[in-house]
Design a protein. Structure first.
Length: 269
């Protein structure tokens, strides 16, 4: 399918429905004595999200939910699915303990990505451990979500999967600040984050239309999952989990049914 046609189709379908990027992503887990909103176990776990608020009904009723299991033999090769075109800059950012994850938020323009023929600006990145998406049944040690937003409010996420191994260079720049994230809601300014090189070698990726992986589970996301699995150390994964409440330390939503959605795969760049 031509990328321009894909862009037009997705633009019509992926509407924000009046919900801003921050409001749909920044939900609070029951950490450090605050009111419980969502969690990953028990009465606020993923199988209960749809009952926690009327605005979370899509978590139960949605038909294009994320994450998914990617089965390589079932993916559809599209020679017109071009490489991810990115132009990130090194920039200052704020490290945030959201309660349910650790986020790196950019206050200024850090650069853009062209995805499905549309320009998306990088807004923030955050981590899940273990990974949310799986490939051929394998769930990896961690998953990084690079969250982008277009001027008309649509969201595109580039996901990077990690296996245990050498330390991740990106996390190595900021992990020494994690001991300041003890309290939920903590904001730690970072003068400079080397963002420029994150996606210089993006190679092959999988694309499908899906949802936010946290409530309200809005079906507004173009997902792009890199096939190349990178490395992260066990110490770095432990650092990502330490600031979070016990119910959110394994902050991975179970995979969701495809319901007939195609999963496209690009050529190796």
């Amino acid at each position: 399918m031509d990328d321009n046609l894909t862009s037009l189709k997705v633009s019509r379908r992926l509407v924000m429905v009046g919900v801003g990027l921050n409001s749909v992503l920044l939900h609070v887990c029951p950490a450090h004595g605050t009111h419980s909103v969502i969690g990953y176990t028990g009465v606020t776990g993923p199988d209960k999200w749809g009952t926690l608020s009327p605005s979370y009904s899509m978590c139960f009723n949605g038909k294009r939910q994320s994450p998914i299991e990617i089965v390589k033999k079932n993916t559809v090769f599209d020679q017109n699915l071009g490489p991810l075109i990115v132009g990130y800059n090194d920039a200052s950012a704020t490290l945030i303990n959201n309660g349910f994850n650790v986020e790196l938020r950019y206050e200024n323009d850090v650069g853009d990505a062209i995805i499905a023929g549309k320009n998306y600006t990088l807004k923030q990145m955050h981590w899940h451990s273990p990974s949310e998406h799986t490939i051929d049944g394998v769930r990896y040690a961690a998953e990084l979500h690079l969250v982008h937003q277009s001027v008309d409010g649509n969201i595109a996420v580039v996901a990077i999967l990690y296996k245990y191994g050498a330390p991740d260079p990106l996390l190595s720049q900021i992990v020494d600040k994690f001991d300041q994230l003890t309290n939920e809601g903590a904001h730690i300014p970072i003068k400079r984050v080397g963002t420029k090189a994150i996606l210089q070698s993006n190679k092959k990726y999988f694309r499908y239309e899906g949802s936010l992986t946290t409530p309200p589970c809005s079906e507004i996301v173009i997902w792009n999952i890199l096939e190349e699995v990178r490395e992260i150390s066990k110490e770095q994964v432990a650092a990502l989990k330490t600031p979070l409440d016990e119910s959110c330390k394994n902050n991975s939503r179970p995979t969701q049914p495809l319901n007939g959605r195609p999963v496209e795969v690009s050529a190796a760049s």
